[in-house]
Design a protein around this ligand. Structure first.
Ligand SMILES: [Zn+2]
Length: 134
């Protein structure tokens, strides 16, 4: 089994303060898991773990539960939602009259929780109201 050396010193400060930090082993090993969204079998490789925790400074208890494809989709939806939220804040009156914009926004807001992310139910209600759906 492939092993990649683990360098605790490169962990983020919040990871270093985290319970269990002192029990980290000396190596990373591939972690096999199943995507919670599409049920695909996926591997969080030892190399990817090293990159995530030591280079990208991800929090050590942040677990992978989506496959790469679903994760990429989730990130794309998240960034699109941020853009739409910003657009709305800067063009409130105009965007509330833009049915196409609202429908797209609503579609993305409803898709986001399928990636096991928290749903923004206040925004959903707000847009449904603006569209006359509720
Ligand atoms: Zn998946």
């Amino acid at each position: 089994m492939k092993q990649i050396p683990l360098n605790k010193e490169a962990y983020s400060d919040s990871s270093k303060r985290s319970v269990g930090f002192e029990f980290l082993g000396e190596f990373y090993r591939d972690i096999h898991y199943q995507c919670k969204r599409c049920a695909k079998s996926e591997i969080f490789t030892a190399e990817d773990q090293k990159y995530a925790y030591e280079i990208k400074k991800k929090y050590m208890w942040q677990q992978r539960f989506l496959c790469n494809k679903c994760h990429t989709e989730m990130v794309a939806i998240k960034s699109e939602l941020q853009k739409m939220e910003k657009y709305y804040c800067n063009n409130k009156e105009q965007s509330l009259k833009d049915r196409e914009f609202l429908l797209k926004w609503l579609r993305l807001l409803k898709k986001y929780p399928t990636c096991w992310k928290k749903s923004n139910s206040n925004r959903v209600k707000f847009i449904e109201k603006a569209l006359g759906l509720s």
